[in-house]
Design a protein around this ligand. Structure first.
Ligand code: NAD
Length: 499
């Protein structure tokens, strides 16, 4: 059985804990590798070595660090198919979707080629007699990224780009479900010229995460994953004085107004609800048509589209719409939630529980599932299902539809489909959710904007990538300097204007 270890000081190293997690091929249900789970001692050694390597890297001039990003872009493009293949085989998503996962991470590395511009300070000449004032952005030192299974290329790259190009060293603790791509990215960083030890990839579970959180050396933790873990990490990181940004789960609502183009809305919903088997934090999991007539027209358009979806392994070709979910436990949980929806009185329009594929009977597949007449009190409405399940909640008015999205505890993304500019503008202004689409179902901001949810979808006050990525992984120092020729008076005992 293949064993996956860690990337420490520029080399693959085997784990020493004797503890492993299974890495599946979700399409066949087979265990394809075992990944080592690091001990606290292994983490502490990796962190200490990163601190040593950071000294020279932090002192390297920003344009040299930017050139490493530039070369990394070329290498990721060169290895795009190889990365996507490894990603699909461990995650289960389709090959084109795996390339999209790499691509959306790559775009952040492209943005980080501009690190020197982002890190430039500010300067005020003659702030007082002979006094100049300037501020600079400095790296934090050693920082950490802890990432989820559902975007094993994109989210590690969102963390690595701004952290490394700012002059930090990074401990990356990727998901133990699909660990190969982060290790391949580390190899590419080395080939691009990143000095050994500046990026350490340590595989593990709670023991590794706790070692990161309790480390006195690590200065900041960027986390993405489920909400209970995000909240745990935020609180424990804060207890040791670390900077933390922790992004959690989601329940994204899409409001469909009576004037929406219904074919466009139905196409968008099917892609956003079922793409990647619903395992996206920006997936639409709740459709909120306004008015019964809109709801009836929408369901009528959705059903034939859902029935045509092609579910299968990534090896079956690029016309597969989505693949298996990540583990057998995830498939069972999703099916259990579908059952609870039936028991609690929702109308099951399309049932994906019995889906099976010849030759892949042990794969973790769940067929596309559509519910109508879902209400606030149902588990399928309250919980993040993270599977190919779309719930329809019927609202009588726009205000009621808005209240569903506003009242839900999650606040990652949302969308409205309408032709009316006033309604769209009102929605964008009033909604208490971090990312909003107007006739765009998955409004993931591009690399030069920032990505982040509100409410229980995000803890901490800075977003990921874009300018916030650099703000998170650096701190500002402000210097006031006066040269002897500017000193005209003795000691000052009071604050006063500099004139
Ligand atoms: P997860 O919370 O189970 O795991 C995320 C990371 O935390 C992994 O590295 C894992 O090893 C670690 N971890 C798991 N349990 C832990 C524990 N008890 N203590 C310490 N660390 C622990 O999440 P997942 O299943 O890998 O990913 C799916 C979740 O991530 C979904 O909820 C999804 O919405 C969310 N997500 C959010 C965003 C966002 O930007 N808001 C993006 C992608 C995914």
């Amino acid at each position: 059985m293949k064993e996956i270890g860690h990337w420490i000081n520029g080399k693959h190293v085997a784990g020493t804990s004797g503890r492993f997690a299974d890495v599946y091929n979700p399409a066949t249900g087979e265990v394809q590798a075992k990944v080592a789970l690091a001990t606290k001692a292994e983490l502490d050694a990796a962190i200490a070595a990163a601190a040593e390597a950071q000294k020279a890297w932090g002192a390297t001039n920003p344009q040299k660090r930017a050139r490493v990003m530039m070369e990394l872009v070329r290498l990721i493009n060169r290895d795009m198919d190889k990365l996507a293949e490894a990603l699909s085989s461990e995650h289960g998503k389709t090959f084109p979707d795996a390339k999209g996962d790499v691509q959306r991470g790559l775009e952040v590395i492209e943005f980080c080629i501009g690190a020197p511009q982002m890190l430039k300070g500010e300067f005020t000449d003659s702030a007082g007699p002979g006094i100049d004032m300037y501020s600079m952005r400095q790296p934090l030192g050693v920082v950490a990224g802890i990432t989820p299974f559902n975007f094993p290329a994109m989210i590690p790259l969102w963390k690595m780009g701004p952290a490394l190009s700012s002059g930090n060293a990074m401990i990356l603790k990727p998901s133990e479900r699909d660990p190969s791509v982060p290790l391949m990215l580390a190899e590419l960083c080395q080939e691009a010229g990143l000095p050994d030890g500046v990026l350490q990839v340590v595989n593990g579970d709670k023991e590794s995460v706790d070692a990161i959180l309790d480390s006195e050396i690590i200065q900041a933790v960027g986390f993405v994953g489920s909400t209970p873990i995000a909240q745990y990490i935020y609180e424990r990181a804060a207890a040791t004085g670390k900077r933390a940004q922790c992004f959690g789960g989601a329940k994204n609502h899409m409001i469909i107004m009576p004037d929406a183009d219904m074919d466009q809305a139905a196409d968008a919903l099917v892609g956003a609800g079922f793409g990647a088997a619903g395992e996206r934090c920006m997936a639409i999991s709740v459709a909120v048509p306004v008015g019964d007539e809109t709801a009836d027209r929408l369901i009528e358009k959705l059903v034939p589209r859902i029935e045509k979806l092609k579910v299968g392994p990534y090896t079956a070709g690029d016309d597969v719409d989505y693949g298996p979910v990540v583990t057998a436990a995830a498939a069972e949980r999703i099916k259990g939630l579908i059952g609870s929806g039936v028991e609690q009185g929702a109308t099951l329009v399309c049932d994906g529980r019995d889906f099976s594929l010849q030759g892949y009977e042990n794969g973790f597949f769940v067929g596309p599932t559509l519910f109508d007449n879902v209400t606030r009190d149902m588990e399928i409405y309250k919980q993040e299902i993270f599977g190919p399940v779309l719930s329809t909640v019927r609202a009588k008015t726009y205000e009621e539809a808005l209240s569903y999205a506003m009242d839900h505890e999650y606040g990652n993304g949302t969308a409205i489909f309408t032709r009316d500019g006033d309604t769209a503008r009102d929605f964008a202004n009033r909604i208490n959710i971090g990312m909003v689409g107007i006739n765009v179902p998955i409004p993931v901001p591009l690399a030069y904007h920032t990505f982040g949810g509100w409410k229980k979808s995000g803890f901490g006050d800075l977003n990921q990538h874009g300018p916030d990525g650099f703000r998170f992984y650096t701190r500002t120092k402000t210097i006031t300097s006066r040269w002897p020729s500017g000193i005209k008076e003795g000691s000052a005992f009071n604050f006063k204007a500099m004139d």
